[in-house]
Design a binder for this molecule. Structure first.
Ligand code: C2E
Ligand code: CA
Ligand code: CA
Ligand code: CA
Length: 279
């Protein structure tokens, strides 16, 4: 009836307002989180296949929320991207990762490198090159020890632009990595033109390796493709020794995943060293 319809509409409008409001609240809280230093980076090691040494650590963003506890990035990054706040968050990430790397270097881990994830919006900012240069100089990081991870989907959004941006970035000496590879629809022609040094096989393919022989075929094809383009291959999301062995036998250069090391806060990084030296 008409009455029900109106109630339905009111309910719809009310819940829409609530969603909008809670999103607005989250964006606002995220601004404050930046100011109050509630954002933190965890680090997940990338190991030379099959089991060490460490080639680098990937910085993964967390929000230590005063009420809600430790929040993973998928809770707040999409909204940060939508609101543009990701630019500030992303700048903070680049700076913080360089600061931490400098600390590790001073503690004797001179060959460690760090990888930072870039969002699509951040990748397309003309100020990105300046941000990176400033962070490298401020923390005296040799550029080759910073890797910038861009997803295949981001890189293929505007391929000609991406070639231009990545060329400017890699001219600084930093490395570029194509993340979540296999989920986008790269044109081989563009892939060949991208000045990346590394390709990361998406976790989804690694995950299915044991159960799905179709994915084994895809993974070996990706490794072969990467090799022919002179790219290093990283497999992410390695959780079982079977996956580790198979990916190593295919010729993956490095491995990352819960089997080898979960993302941990920097103050626990000594646990990783122990893991390596007892290996
Ligand atoms: P990603 O770059 O593909 O990072 C890998 C994600 O898989 C991480 O989730 C990591 O914790 C998780 N992971 C690693 N090994 C395993 C495994 O063996 N099994 C399983 N099930 N998961 C594994 P996380 O930390 O929640 O990050 C999710 C995504 O958020 C990242 O995916 C990345 O796209 C984005 N992200 C994280 N930090 C940042 C950041 O600082 N800036 C931007 N723009 N994006 C970020
Ligand atoms: Ca990544
Ligand atoms: Ca990935
Ligand atoms: Ca991913």
């Amino acid at each position: 009836t008409k009455n029900n319809g109106r109630n339905g509409y009111n309910f719809f409008q009310r819940s829409m307002n609530t969603i909008a409001q809670s999103q607005l609240q989250l964006v606002n809280d995220l601004w404050l989180a930046l100011e109050r230093a509630e954002l933190r980076l965890f680090y997940q090691p990338k190991y030379t296949a099959p089991s060490g040494p460490i080639v680098g650590l990937e910085a993964l963003l967390r929000w230590q929320h005063p009420q809600r506890g430790l929040l993973p990035p998928d809770i707040f990054l999409p909204l940060a991207e939508k609101s543009g706040l990701i630019i500030h968050v992303g700048n903070w990430v680049i700076n913080e990762a360089c600061r931490q790397l400098r600390c590790w270097h001073q503690q004797g881990h001179e060959n460690w490198s760090v990888a930072v994830n870039l969002s699509a919006l951040q990748f397309e900012q003309s100020s990105l090159v300046d941000t990176v240069v400033t962070a490298l100089e401020k923390h005296q990081i040799p550029p080759r020890l910073l890797t910038l991870e861009v997803t295949e989907t981001t890189a293929m959004r505007n391929p000609d632009e991406s070639v231009r941006i990545l060329t400017a970035l890699t001219a600084l000496g930093v490395r570029a990595s194509i993340d979540d590879f296999g989920t986008g629809y790269s044109s081989l022609l563009y892939l060949k033109r991208l000045p990346a040094s590394e390709l990361k096989i998406d976790r989804a393919f690694v995950n299915e390796l044991s159960e799905n022989s179709g994915d084994a075929t895809i993974v070996s094809a990706i490794v072969a493709l990467a090799k022919s383009l002179n790219l290093k291959v990283v497999a992410e999301g390695v959780e079982t020794p079977q996956q580790q062995n198979f990916l190593t036998s295919l010729g993956c250069n490095s491995l990352q995943g819960y089997l080898l090391g979960k993302p941990i806060p920097p103050e626990r990084i000594d646990e990783l060293q122990e893991f390596i030296s007892t290996d």
